[in-house]
Structure formats: C-alpha cells, structure tokens
Design a protein around this ligand. Structure first.
Ligand code: ADP
Ligand code: MG
Length: 596
C-alpha cells in the first residue's frame, strides 16, 4: 500500500487506528495483538516516553497522564486544577500544562501527539510502509479551538490531517455502508469514557448528513467511576480520590455489566486498613440516574433540532464502551421507544468509520460522502450587544454565509467585528473567537457598507472575511485557538444555559431591540414637535408628548417588554402626524415642480 491514509479514533480513554485494506475497513493491532491503545502517556525524567498499556503499568509508582483529551483546546481559566490526580496549571497566556513528574509540564496537545505517534508506529509496522496522512475523529461537540488543537497534535506527530470527522458520523458510517436503505435516519448514541454525543443523521443517495447533534464533553465512564468511588468511600471521599480507588471503581463497574453483584476491594487502602464493600447492580444504577438524565436531555434536544420524532428513526446505534452497561441500553430504548442496535463493536466502530472515511479520501472506497454540522452558532456582536447569528448551530459544513453591516453613527471611521460562538441572545454571554477592526471612509450614518463573510471548511475551521464595500479592502481573520478568548463556559454548558435562560435572554433581546428603536424614534419625534407642527391640534400633541415621556422613562429602566409596548404605541400615535408630514413634503415638492 503506497502512501496510505489511516483513520484514527483519538479517544479520551482508548484510541485505535485503522485502514481500508482490499475494500474492507480493519483495525491495526499492536505486537501483542491488541487493537485498543489506552490514551495514557508516561513522560520519563530523561525524555523517554511510554504510551498505552506500558504507561498504565507505571501508574502505581509514577505520574501518568490520562484523559488529556478533556483539556484539548481549552484555556487555563476554563479548566480545573486537576486531571486524573495530576496537577493542571497555567503555563502563561492561558496555555494549559499538565504536571507530568519532577515539576515538568506537558500540554494536552503534546500528550495527544505522543498517542498519535504510537498509533502511527503501529500502522507503519503492520502496513510495512511510512504513514504520513490521517483522518482523525473528534466529538461532534468540539469547538473551533478543540478541533484546531487536535489538528496540531496530528502535525506534531508527523501526520498530515486530511480530515477531522465527527465521532458519531464515523460510527454511522461504519454501521451504515451495507445495512442502511436508500434513505434512512440514524441516531448515534455514544457514551465513552470522557464524552457523550448523540447525533441524528440522514443517509440520502449515499450521502450522510448530520441533521443535529448534542452532547456533553464532560460526561462519560470516568464520571461513573468517580461517582461509584465516592459512594463507596462515603464521608471519607473528601477532596481527591486515590487513583487505586478509581481503578477499582472502574473494574467493579465493568463487572456489574455482567453480574448482579461485585466486591469492591482495595487492599491496604490506608496503612493496614483495607477497603471492602459489596456493591449491587442496583446501587450502580441509582448512581447512574443523574448521568443518564443529562444524556436524555441531550437526546431530546438533538431530536428537537433535527425536526424529527423518535418514531421517524430507522435505527439507533450504540457506541462507546459505557453502552455495555445494561441500564444504559434500557434507558436508550425508553428515550427512543425502540430497541437500540448493539451490533457495533462499542470501542472499535468509530476507528472503523474513520478508516472508511480515509478510504474515501484515498479513493479506495467510493460513493460515500460525509457532511458534518456546526456544533454551535457562529455570529458577530451587533449594536446593543446582541448576538447576530450568521451560521446557525447544526448547519451542514462546509458552508459560507454573510451579511452586510453599516455604520451606526455619523462620521464613524471604523467598525469592530467581534466574532462570537454560542447560543445566548446577548453577545457577552457567548465566547469571543476573535476580533477585527474594519476601517472605512467616514460618512453619514448608514452610508458605510461592511460585508462580513464566514466560511467554515470541511474540518469545521472558521475563516472570517470583512470587506469595506466601497474600497474593496478585505480583512481576513483566521480563527485558531490563539484567537480564542478565555471563557469559563464550556460548550455543553453554553447550550444548557441557552435553554435555561431562554426566557430572560429573549426578554433581554426584546429590551435591547426596543431601546435601539427608541433611540432612533425619540429624537425624530422631538425634532418634529420642536418645529411646531403647523396644523397639529393640541389634543394630538398632548397624546404624543405623554407617550414620548413614557418611552423616555422606560429607556432608563430594565423593562424590555414594557419599553417595546411603549415604542409601538409611540409609533401608532405618531402615525397620522408622520403621514401628514410626508404629504406636506410631497406637496412642497409638487409646488416646486410647478414653479419650475
Ligand atoms: P472513549 O471514547 O472516551 O475513549 P471508549 O468508548 O473506549 O471511550 O469507552 C471507555 C469507557 O467504557 C471507560 O469509561 C470504560 O470504563 C467503559 N467500559 C468499557 N467496558 C465496559 C463495561 N463492560 N461496562 C461498563 N463500562 C465499560
Ligand atoms: Mg470514543
């Protein structure tokens, strides 16, 4: 195989690499015949690095970095101070660094790059050729910064990243090639170690389209392990939980997927005292409730966004190691009202899908094309601090969209275009991705024209172009993680909050829009009244003045809907007057026309 493109599932807990060989997607195994590589890396004192099982074996003695994917593309201000028992710190400028022993630090990208290097080595050994190109999967919920970081990790490992593919899309692809009909709708429920994703996809004439996606980048098997460990420890679980206790929690959890009861045992937990407790499957299921409830709300949201009911789905595919838990399978069948399909190998299907996509790109697989969607809305901040959405959430990518903006003040010389990502109505509640200053020649209000265009490529990377229409001068803003402003909100919280705050956000938007309208209308009405309306009878004038006073009063109060009503009233009571003024103006023109 010459210059192959491999498919890689870079998971939080486990990673895998595959390729399409003689028309079939296969995963490539390491020397011990294992296809899953734990996403764990040990960084030695003298620069030696160990990845996977070899790294995990050191865990009892040395610090080993796991779950680094949770920190990919995040800023120091957004993440906690701890990851799997290791310290997380700010290496300056918000760059996240994980303490990996002896005071040394590594970035999440470096950790991922080591995992990718190990996968590359496995592929090179199996394929007996150099591997330089890869397709890598990312959670559908990864934002710009997280996708960018994944791409850079690939480059650091010496891989050209040909495409980033959403994990559920890859799962549907590995399920769907031969089993789906002409046009089918698929839900993919992926509960792994660190992330949860649910997507609704549609296969039409050999093309997959992601209709909607929702999820939580901080929800998975790790949380189940932690909940179980804390439950076992009870009052003792203050602060950091010992990694041995977490490992035992994970073992017991997996055992309970098969058995009704298991024994939780950590010998010599504290000196001579050992930890021992019988755990029933029912105990675990009780701990699972809040986690499954969170996942359920994501499912309902994805269905809602897709515009389809659960009964319109053809199949519900389960992937991710945690979907082996019987309670999860039961829960999914309740949400979707049907038995989920569990034929997919829970931990391998995403890598297989990535391999298929790689095969498509290298030409060994034909007839399948993948379309992904944007996980969050993209837009810019407009007057009044409102979020103006240019590319809505769940738009199929690649895509391009633009809008024309104008100067708000007379003589304004420049406009600040702030690029935002998020679902909230007020720009300040969303993430700022970057910002560009567009200058134009000053003129009266409304005269300058600035075209703003957003282009999202097939990897979900954003480029913003701002053009002064008069001069044709372009400003290009490429959004990468360096441009991502620190924000304490995580993506999933963003969406949840947009739902939670929908009512007050709407009120804020109504208020901001009413204020803008009032700022326009009030001076105009005052000007007319000041000139002394010629035939305006006193009664009409009094009514207008009364409403005008009310509007001005409300402009300074936080009363959006009342202001909106007052502005509408002002519009109404000045209607007759406005019409007369127009007539008068027309009349004047007519007279002038006759004089000439
Ligand atoms: P990721 O996509 O995050 O890398 P995986 O899909 O490989 O994760 O799933 C890993 C998770 O699945 C871990 O949290 C692991 O404990 C869990 N898991 C694996 N097997 C089982 C099982 N038999 N029962 C319950 N959970 C399991
Ligand atoms: Mg996964």
């Amino acid at each position: 195989m010459k210059d192959p493109i491999v498919g890689i599932d870079l998971g939080t807990t486990n990673s895998a690499v595959g390729v399409v060989d003689s028309g079939f997607p296969i995963l490539l195994a390491d020397r011990d015949g294992r296809r899953l590589v734990p996403s764990a890396v040990y960084f030695g004192e003298d620069g030696e690095v160990e990845v996977g099982r070899a790294a995990l074996r050191r865990r009892a003695i040395d610090p080993v970095v796991t779950s680094a994917k949770r920190l990919m593309g995040r800023r120091a201000g957004e993440v906690g101070s701890e990851l799997g028992g290791l310290a997380v710190r700010d290496a300056g400028l918000g760059v996240v660094e994980i303490e990996c022993g002896g005071g040394r630090g590594v970035t999440p990208e470096q950790v991922s790059a080591e995992i990718l290097k190990a996968l590359k080595a496995i592929a090179e050994e199996r394929l007996e050729t150099e591997v330089k190109r890869a397709v890598i999967t990312v959670p559908a919920y990864f934002n710009e910064a997280q996708r960018g970081a994944t791409k850079r990790a690939g480059e650091m490992a010496g891989l050209k990243v040909e495409r980033l593919v959403a994990e559920p899309t890859a799962a549907a692809l590995s399920y769907g090639l031969d089993r789906l009909g002409e046009s089918s709708r698929v839900a993919v429920y992926d509960l792994g170690g660190g992330t949860f994703d649910v997507s609704i996809l549609e296969l039409r004439e050999g093309v997959f389209e992601v209709l909607a996606t929702a999820g939580n980048t901080a929800l998975g098997g790790d949380d189940i392990d932690r909940a179980l460990a804390e439950w076992v420890l009870g009052d003792e679980a203050a602060g950091v939980v010992d990694s041995r206790v977490l490992e035992e929690a994970c073992r017991v959890k997996c055992e309970l997927s098969e058995a009704d009861e298991a024994v939780f045992r950590v010998p010599f937990y504290e000196g001579k005292r050992s930890l021992e407790k019988h755990v029933g499957r029912v105990d675990l299921e009780r701990l699972l409730e809040p986690i499954l409830e969170d996942a359920a709300s994501c499912c309902r949201r994805a269905l809602g966004d897709s515009g389809h009911g659960a009964e319109e789905l053809d199949v519900v595919v389960m992937v991710g190691g945690s979907t082996r838990i019987p309670a999860v399978q039961r829960h999914v069948s309740e949400i979707f009202g049907r038995e989920p399909d569990i034929s997919q190998h829970p931990d391998e299907s995403i890598a297989l899908g990535a391999a298929i996509q790689a095969g498509v790109l290298s030409g060994t697989v034909q007839k399948v094309l993948l379309l992904d969607v944007t996980p969050l809305s993209l837009g810019i901040e407009t007057l009044g601090g409102l979020m103006n959405v240019i590319i809505p959430r769940n738009t199929t990518i690649p895509c391009k969209a633009g809008e024309m903006f104008t100067n708000a003040r007379d003589g304004q010389e420049s406009m600040r275009v702030r690029v935002m990502q998020g679902e909230r109505e007020l720009a300040r509640d969303n993430w700022e991705l970057g910002c560009v200053e567009v200058s134009f020649s000053p003129g009266p209000r409304g005269q300058a024209r600035v075209g703003v265009q957003f282009s999202l490529d097939e990897n979900g990377m954003l480029e913003v172009l701002a053009r002064d229409v008069a001069t044709g001068v372009d400003m290009v803003l490429e959004i990468d993680s360096a441009a991502v402003d620190v924000s304490d909100e995580s993506v999933e919280r963003m969406v949840d909050e947009s739902v939670a705050h929908a009512r007050e956000d709407m009120a804020a938007r109504v208020g901001a829009e009413a204020r803008l309208k009032a700022e326009e209308l009030v001076p105009a009405v005052e000007a007319v009244l000041g000139e002394g309306v010629s035939e305006g009878d006193a009664e009409e004038r009094a009514v207008i003045e009364e409403v005008l006073r009310k509007v001005k009063e409300l402009m300074h109060a936080e009363a959006g809907s009342e202001l909106k009503a007052a502005v509408e009233e002002l519009d109404r009571v000045t209607e007759a007057l406005a019409a007369r003024l127009v007539e008068e103006a027309l009349g004047l023109q007519l007279e002038r026309g006759l004089e000439e």
